[in-house]
Design a protein around this ligand. Sequence first.
Ligand SMILES: C[S@@+](CC[C@H](N)C(=O)[O-])C[C@H]1O[C@@H](n2cnc3c(N)ncnc32)[C@H](O)[C@@H]1O
Length: 191
Amino acid sequence: MKLLSTLFAAAVLAAPFVVVAQSPDDKVTCRIIYVPTEEAVVEKMLEMAKVTKNDIVYDLGCGDGRIVCMAAKKFGCKGVGVDIDPERIKDCMATMKKYGVTKDQVDIRQGDALKVKDLDRATVIMLYMLPEFMEKLEPQLAKLKPGTRIVAHDYPFPNLKADAIVEFKGPNREHTLYLWTLKAKDSKKEN
Ligand SMILES: C[S@@+](CC[C@H](N)C(=O)[O-])C[C@H]1O[C@@H](n2cnc3c(N)ncnc32)[C@H](O)[C@@H]1O
């Protein structure tokens, strides 16, 4: 309850909208909370991940796609954004136009971010997802390459100690950002 109220409060402060939507997968009905990460915080997350032009940056639950678009625009890297909500996919198209990035640079997909088949291509993963999502995603770290950097906004993985935790003062509130750089042993542990 506290977590949800934190996100709702963040939504009000950060601006836009909290949307409750239904998954396109008929078997799953889930509440989906949309709170975009403020651009200053996105910049900090990209800096923490040390993104370069050689990276493939995934945002699981990409919202309006700002993280992958900003990464592609600023660093010339590739981006993959996945969101379950079709409204967010429309937002992503607008964001791609805003940042002037092409489909060759940024691949936006509608679907369940827990079922991304090519997640092992990622060299950087960005997350701003609720704890239950983080818990379900954590076992999938096993299939990622050592050296992959993961930055999570406000909610960490429950069982993997972060390599760095940064308290970042955004325009409206304090944000906690977590960084992991996967090592071979992290993968083994998750196997
Ligand atoms: C808190 S917002 C973060 C948006 C964006 N990553 C950002 O930081 O600006 C969470 C997003 O995750 C999406 N989402 C929630 N559960 C999802 C799932 N299982 N698969 C894909 N997207 C999901 C929601 O639609 C929402 O857009």
